[in-house]
Structures are given as structure tokens and as C-alpha cells.
Design a binder for this molecule. Structure first.
Ligand SMILES: Cc1cn([C@H]2C[C@H](O)[C@@H](COP(=O)(O)OP(=O)(O)OP(=O)(O)O)O2)c(=O)[nH]c1=O
Length: 211
């Protein structure tokens, strides 16, 4: 059985973790640390293939639940910390874009996003005291037009290779974003408003009181 590991930011320091984050994403660790949640980290590996005909909103919430359920290693040694997980997808033309498989796939994604709007969906799941709670964040992002040369240069930076939709709002990808309606943290991988609501419902009150 896998053992929980401490986040690189020491987020579960001397006073102990409040939750376990079932994720290998450094972005999710950063975002959780931003709102002061002490956490251990348990990377998980689940099948991220959409079921044929599955709506994107259902897909990201289902995967968030699958990831949280897969983090069983979080539970045993700690006596059962709440487990948080998330999944992010970009949706355009009714297609769900996950992480690019390779350069060609990544450049095709950037070409598809160029000069128009797309949706970014992030599902969040929290399992605490045997209860599964979920939330969904939906944002609309409008890209300016990108030339093929810009997309190729962007790919070569390495930044987009492990990001849904082949860009990072928190990085150079910001250069493409003409407009955002929704949640910056949701696009980045963990919507903090919705996450705080789930934590609150499970009895973890940030700033010391119910939100
Ligand atoms: C759109 C976008 C996505 N992303 C990232 C967030 C996620 O890490 C990733 C989407 O892939 P996910 O499969 O949601 O997550 P992951 O595999 O990176 O991590 P986990 O271990 O939690 O499953 O894309 C950004 O960092 N910035 C962005 O602007």
C-alpha cells in the first residue's frame, strides 16, 4: 500500500495534516497551500478515458471521485484523513481535451483554441467520514489568435506538455488569454471557492469559522 508523502511546501508540518490531497499535480498543492490547508500528498493513477457519450461535467466529477477513492494509502496510517481530489478538462466543439499525447496533439489543441472561446471544467471531490461530496467549477476562456509559429515556440518551452488543453493560465499561457469568466484557480486545477465550501461542509472551517 502506498504511503502518504509530505508536500514540498511542508504543508503538513509540525501541527499535522488536515486533509490528504490525492494528486501528483504541483499546481493543486500550491493552490491548497494558498488557502492555508495543511495537507499530505498521495499521487494516484486512475484511468482518465471518457466513457462514450459522457458529458464533460460528469466526466471531471467522476474522475475526481475516482482519484479520491484511489488514495486509500492516505487513510490507513493517519486514521482516516479527509481525501481531496480534482480533475480538469478543456472543452471545445463538444470535445474533451485532456493533456496532449505528444507535440502534434498539443499543436492541434492550440490550433483548435486559437481565436475563440472554450470552457474549462474542474471537478472536485472530498471524501470525509465516509461521505463523498463533489463540486464543479465551469469557466469560459477566450484566446486571441495564435500563429502556428507561436504555438510551436510555446510547445518548445515545455510548459504545456502536462496541462489540460495544452496551456497554463499561470504561466506563459496567460499571453493567449484575452478574457476569463469564472475561476482562475479552477482553470489552474483546483477551484478554491468550491474547495473551501466542500471543506466547510466537512467541518474544516478556514479562517476559523463557517463560510
Ligand atoms: C487549463 C490548465 C490546466 N492546468 C493543469 C491542472 C492539472 O494539473 C492538469 C490537468 O490534468 P488532471 O488530469 O486534471 O491532473 P493531473 O494529472 O495533472 O494531476 P492529478 O495527479 O491531480 O490527477 O492541467 C494548469 O496547470 N493550468 C491551466 O491553465
Amino acid at each position: 500500500m502506498a504511503t502518504p508523502i509530505t508536500g514540498p511546501d511542508g504543508a503538513n508540518g509540525a501541527s499535522g495534516a488536515q486533509i490528504c490531497l490525492a494528486s501528483g499535480s504541483p499546481r493543486r498543492r500550491e493552490l491548497l497551500a494558498q488557502i492555508g490547508v495543511r495537507h499530505s500528498v498521495q499521487p494516484v493513477d486512475v484511468d482518465e478515458t471518457p466513457v462514450p457519450g459522457e458529458a464533460a461535467a460528469d466526466f471531471v466529477v467522476r474522475l475526481a471521485i475516482d482519484k479520491a477513492r484511489a488514495a486509500r494509502g492516505c487513510q490507513a496510517p493517519t486514521g482516516g484523513l479527509p481525501v481531496l481530489a480534482a480533475d480538469t478538462a478543456v472543452v471545445v466543439d463538444g470535445m474533451i481535451l485532456g493533456k496532449p499525447r505528444d507535440r502534434d496533439d498539443g499543436l492541434a489543441m492550440l490550433g483548435r483554441l486559437s481565436g475563440r472561446s472554450h470552457q474549462v471544467l474542474t471537478g472536485v471531490a472530498l471524501i470525509a467520514d465516509g461521505l463523498e461530496r463533489t463540486a464543479l467549477s465551469t469557466s469560459r476562456v477566450r484566446f486571441r489568435r495564435l500563429s502556428a509559429a507561436e504555438a510551436a515556440t510555446y510547445w518548445a518551452t515545455g510548459e504545456p506538455a502536462d496541462k489540460a488543453g495544452c496551456y497554463a493560465i499561470q504561466g506563459l499561457g496567460a499571453l493567449f488569454i484575452a478574457e476569463l469568466a469564472g475561476s482562475y484557480s479552477g482553470v489552474m486545477g483546483l477551484p478554491l471557492f468550491e474547495t473551501a465550501e466542500l471543506l466547510d461542509a466537512a467541518g474544516i472551517h478556514l479562517l476559523g469559522s463557517a463560510v
